[in-house]
Every structure is written in C-alpha cells, then in structure tokens.
Design a protein. Structure first.
Length: 55
C-alpha cells in the first residue's frame, strides 16, 4: 500500500517483512532528498528452547 504526500510516496510495510523490528522505536528523517530510516531490532526474549536450568 502506498500514498503520495507533498510529492513523496509513502509506503506501508507489513510486520511479516520486518518481524524482528521494535515498532515502537522506528524513526525516519528526510534531509536534502535523502530519507534515513532507523529500524532497531527487538531485544531477544528468553524462551524455553534456549533456557538452561541451573540446579
């Protein structure tokens, strides 16, 4: 899905393309015709598969 705003095409990207991105920390900056996107990775969460129990 895309739309135009002030001559710039905005594109929407689904989470299936960027599954490991922390969506709450995404930022974008447009400067001198260059669009810079920051897409920080999500912090890894411990799961049962990678947990080791110490006794």
């Amino acid at each position: 899905m895309s739309s135009k705003v002030n001559g710039i095409t905005a594109v929407s990207v689904g989470s299936s393309i960027l599954p490991a991105v922390d969506r709450t920390k995404i930022s974008a900056k447009y400067d001198n015709g260059v669009l810079n996107l920051e897409l920080p990775k999500q912090a890894e969460q411990a799961t049962a598969a990678n947990r080791i129990e110490i006794q």
